[in-house]
Design a protein around this ligand. Structure first.
Ligand code: ARG
Ligand code: GLU
Length: 721
């Protein structure tokens, strides 16, 4: 056990008496027993920490699966049936969709296992065990090491540790820093690569309300999809093969059909991606005042163009569906985050906290000497980094993401560098990965649309970040940004998917020569070089100083606030959050109840609408109140709210009741509370889950797929069954 863990433990004993309903925090499953078990049980949980995470017996964690590395999913049958969100499986669903077999529009239900659809590249990762390895990784680090020397000693320690760990066949190691590098944990994982699509409702259910309702309450989306893990005959991971068999799990979640009530205990178990809970006030100020507004404005422009094109052409709607949803998702989140931080005075709260911190360190000369410089340094460094951070966001948004031609140029630039630095061997090894990636990208790329995005966003980039002399000279030759775009997309091979893929089949030298002469490549490479020399280098220098300072700040916080229980920021590793079913007050005098019903879906129904249309069959089931065993008092529950601390990556996470049964599927947060990534506020931060009974109702009554429900284990804990 590391020093910090021992420390946290000691602090917790003093702390626990004072807070019994704290819901802030994403906790490491292996530390629940020492840090959280008592509180969880006081909140109503009937399980022990060992039931949730155990290395000796099957436990809840054996049913929790990292889905493709970006979402969470859970095993819900003895035959490897996997539940996740519709929006997590979106790309896969889209990839099987054509205008003829329109699974996005009509849904898809495999009637037999033979009908389940393979998804190359998609994986399901299990956690075998987690270990605190801080003392080994942070061994032999004296205070006088430079940052570089420190990191190289850490790398050495990690290599030595990796070499000493005994792995079973198929096991892999991941080592990750926690608490900004003050602690390290090791994760032993096993990954399955044959994951097939089993079922999905139509978008009009799985994405009901689309972007208008995204991040909002009250919510009425049946955001789920079903997959299945396949294994070889020995239940081991295997690449896709027709004769692979359904995976037999160590544990799968039983499903409670008894429903939820206000204040019921809930736990969300999954893989939250990233939070920044310990940023200093100048960083938060910069996000609210400078960085979020810039990113929002860029995406605003891109989205308006894509939206118009998608509404005009059903083929484009399919082609751009997944891309549009992901651009719109964070655009809207940033708007909510900024508003939330303003309304809750996130910056003021941080400043108050920092004043408290300064007071405490001021009380001891030793601490003052050790930590007194941290906050002033933060102020100085955040001021210095601001112009670079802003331009960096511009570059990443414009050339790294929203203008696809420029993003592709960046990949080709890397191909060229590989060729120049490590000859044909380096070229071929990168090309092997690049080809399937580009093929996929071009499949959903439309030259005419991208050209419009280019003209609009490159102009914006030039005004705010500056193209630099070379790219500017190219632009000047053409005249306007529109003419520049016309020239690029008219003459560039890279702008044409078929031509570019054909070119990649030629010999390396020819490919590199042709790419280098390509007008879009010349423009993109000039823009990139200017960015690298004038922004990226400076940004990275300052950022590494900030990171080191942040590590010291974290250590200082833990030392200076011995009564606080700290949780490490999300970093894509397995965590447990817990809370209760609970509504909130979004505005003065407005109260939100925690459960929505099918009635509310019908109230939002707009026939033929882009976002609020419904399948006739659902309307019929509603009119007949044909809810099978899933309704309650003639009503069909749809979504519910909880006070579990979650973030992106928690999509698809199970909502689990006091007894370890599945009651819902996490898929979103409320808008007023999206600032929880930076500044959690227990009064308004809520996560949104689909009620599991709605999932079962849609599979059984709407999808006519009772055979899937029959695979699951339905229980009635409230009725004692
Ligand atoms: N906001 C949810 C999350 O962050 C759902 C996103 C998918 N839906 C959408 N309309 N873009 O992933
Ligand atoms: N929809 C998010 C996801 O894909 C979860 C919502 C959130 O950010 O909390 O992970």
């Amino acid at each position: 056990m590391s020093k910090i863990t021992t420390f946290l433990l000691a602090s917790f004993l003093i702390f626990q008496a004072t807070t019994l309903t704290a819901t802030e925090g994403m906790w490491l499953p292996l530390l629940l027993e020492s840090l959280n078990e008592e509180e969880m049980q006081a909140m109503g949980m009937k399980l022990s920490a060992e039931d949730i995470y155990s290395v000796n017996k099957g436990s809840l964690k054996d049913a929790i699966v990292h889905f493709g590395g970006f979402c969470t999913s859970e095993v819900i049958s003895p035959n490897g049936l996997l539940l996740t969100n519709h929006h997590c499986g979106y790309r896969q669903i889209q990839s099987h969709t054509t205008l003829k077999n329109n699974y996005l529009k009509d849904g898809f239900w495999a009637k037999t296992k033979k009908d389940e659809l393979a998804n190359p590249g998609l994986f399901a990762k299990f956690i075998v065990r987690i270990e605190d390895i801080s003392s080994k990784v942070l061994n032999d680090l004296s205070d006088d090491l430079s940052e570089k020397e420190r990191q190289s000693q850490i790398d050495k320690n990690i290599e030595a540790l990796k070499a000493s760990v005994k792995l079973e066949k198929f096991e892999e190691i991941t080592i990750r820093p926690f608490f900004k590098g003050n602690q390290y944990f090791m994760f032993i994982t096993v990954t399955y690569n044959d994951v097939r699509l089993v079922g999905t409702p139509p978008e009009s259910i799985g994405k009901f309300g689309a972007d208008t309702d995204n991040w909002m309450w009250p919510r009425h989306t049946g955001d789920f999809a079903l997959f299945r893990i396949y294994a070889d005959k020995d239940n081991n991971p295997a690449e896709y093969a027709e004769d692979n068999v359904p995976y037999t799990p160590k544990h799968y979640l039983p499903i409670s059909v008894d429903g939820v009530e206000q204040d019921d205990f809930t736990m969300v178990f999954g893989f939250p991606g990233r939070t920044d809970q310990y940023l200093p006030s100048p960083a938060v100020e910069q996000i609210v005042d400078v960085l979020n507004p810039a990113k929002i404005a860029i995406r605003d422009k891109a989205l308006k163009i894509l939206d118009a094109e998608m509404r005009a052409d059903p083929q484009v709607k399919i082609q751009y569906a997944s891309k549009f949803a992901s651009i719109a998702n964070y655009w809207k989140k940033w708007i909510g985050e900024s508003q939330g931080l303003k309304v809750s005075d996130g910056v003021g709260r941080k400043k108050k906290f920092e004043a408290e911190f300064s007071d405490l360190i001021g009380q001891s000369t030793k601490s003052a000497k050790k930590y007194g410089n941290i906050l002033p340094q933060f102020n100085k460094l955040y001021k210095e980094i601001e112009p670079y951070a802003l331009k960096r966001d511009y570059y990443n948004e414009v050339a790294g993401r929203n203008v696809e031609l420029l993003a592709i140029v960046n990949y080709l630039n890397r191909l060229k560098t590989n060729f120049e630095e490590s000859g044909e061997e380096g070229y071929n090894s990168y090309l092997g990965r690049l080809k399937p990636f580009l093929k996929n990208k071009y499949k959903d790329y439309n030259k005419d649309i991208d050209k419009k995005v280019f003209a609009s966003l490159v102009e914006m980039y030039d005004e705010n970040a500056g193209l630099g002399p070379h790219a500017s000279a190219i632009k000047k030759k053409y005249g306007t940004y529109d003419l520049l775009a016309g020239g690029m997309y008219g003459m560039s091979t890279i702008a044409d998917g078929d031509q570019m893929m054909a070119l990649l089949e030629k010999d390396p030298k020819e490919v590199i020569d042709r790419i280098s002469e390509d007008p879009a490549f010349k423009f993109g490479a000039a823009m990139r070089k200017h960015y690298n020399d004038n922004v990226s280098k400076q940004y990275n220098d300052i950022k590494s100083q900030i990171d080191n300072l942040q590590r010291n700040y974290m250590a200082a916080l833990i030392e200076v606030f011995p009564k606080r229980r700290f949780f490490p920021d999300a970093n894509g590793t397995m965590r447990v959050s817990y809370g209760q079913v609970s509504g909130y007050e979004p505005k003065d005098a407005l109260q939100y109840l925690p459960v929505t019903y099918l009635k509310g879906v019908m109230q939002k129904y707009v026939p033929g609408d882009y976002e609020f249309d419904l399948p006739k069959k659902l309307v019929d089931l509603y009119e007949k109140k044909d809810y099978g065993d899933y309704g309650v008092d003639g009503k069909m529950p749809v979504c519910f709210l909880g006070s579990n601390h979650t973030t992106g990556g928690n999509s698809g996470s199970p909502a689990i009741d006091a007894n370890g049964n599945l009651i819902g599927l996490n898929f979103d947060r409320v808008w007023e509370g999206t600032m929880s990534d930076i500044n959690y506020d227990k009064s308004i931060c809520r996560n949104i889950m689909v009620d599991i009974r709605y999932v079962l109702f849609i599979i059984d009554k709407f999808g006519d797929s009772k055979h899937l429900v029959d695979e699951m284990k339905l229980v009635h804990p409230k009725k004692g069954k």
